[in-house]
Design a protein around this ligand. Sequence first.
Ligand SMILES: [Zn+2]
Ligand SMILES: [Zn+2]
Length: 426
Amino acid sequence: MAEAEIDLYEVLEISRGASKEEVRKAYRKAALASHPDKVPEEQRTEAEIRFKSVQEAYDILYDEDKRHLYDTHGMGAFNGSGEPGMGAGPDLDDILAQMFGGMGGMGGMPGMGGMGGMPGGPRPNKPRKSPNEEQKYEVSLEELYKGKTVRFSSIKNVICSLCQGKGGKEKATAKKCSTCEGEGYIEKLTMMGQFLTKNTVACTTCSGEGNFFSPKDKCKKCKGKKTTEAKKILELYIPPGAKEGDKIVLEGEADQVPGQEHGDIVFHLVEEEHPTFSRAGADLAAEIDVTLAEALTDFSRVVVKHLDGRGIELSHPKKKGDILRPGQVIKVPGEGMPIKRSDSRGDLYLTVNIKFPDEKWTPSPAEVENLKQMLPKPDPPIQAETVDEVEYDPKGKMEDFGSKDPSGGTAWEDDEDDEPAQCAAQ
Ligand SMILES: [Zn+2]
Ligand SMILES: [Zn+2]
């Protein structure tokens, strides 16, 4: 279908680099100009098709993810129902209602709806779109870095192909529901606190349809349910640089409901924690280990393996005589995450962790003396009137810091039992 494809930018008469605001403005203009009510009867069908492609163009170009998908993959990235001007488009009244706050609304059909229990309120409207299926999708940082296409099979309810969602045999007509007298809803009296109120609720006999088929008239294939289960292979495309909270929408892939626009499957990306890298926006951070000798002298080696498997090599020192210090941060421009819809990338921040020698390092007295001669001399001694040489524990823990707080519930452990007054006085 590539050669016959409509250019969405042309539909809205905007340039490829148009901003979101420009897309919205162009959409409003085009939607108004091509509204079917504004044209003579004989041009109405054509206008309707145009109107729908304008809506389609807006839906895709106004959404950053979809626009990127369109820019990179064309309309082929969207499923069949996403082709402009084709298939079951959105309801015109709905679009106008969204745009102009309900001005174009026609009252709507009574039936089931989310507003089912509003006492004395307006009659519930039948939802125009079947519910979206929202789900979480966990992705590793590697996958977000490189981008990913996932194919998976899904079973969903589709409109019955035999009765086209009618629910009954071809010649059969549905019987009017006697419970609700064909209205699809009934008024129910319920107690709200101490008041008896009238609620409008969907009729359970006919499931809010207002009518139903007798058993012998029911469609053989769907048994009157109007939908059947179908297996479909779906493709989920995660663009490079996507992040936690991003939504990937598979338009029209949710369960189908007769008479309604098909809802979407919406994936909410969840970023898995990574053992090496942490991420903030498009930037990445990691710690690198450098030995004391390397920090003081030089090295040229791979310090970290990047998310795409590349080794990131550093040559130290950058300037002759430079040394690395604990906690020093090395910034590598352009080695962060890809930024969606651009060629640029975030930066990589490497925090230097100096690995001091462990117990296995046992230099000879002569080597120690050499080191002392090589390394900078200590500062002048601290002057004090009295000096105590103290005992110490070389492996103290900062977790213990503050644990000897007399008011904090911990017992004051004083070796000198003859001084209890000091404790009580505080
Ligand atoms: Zn059927
Ligand atoms: Zn009924």
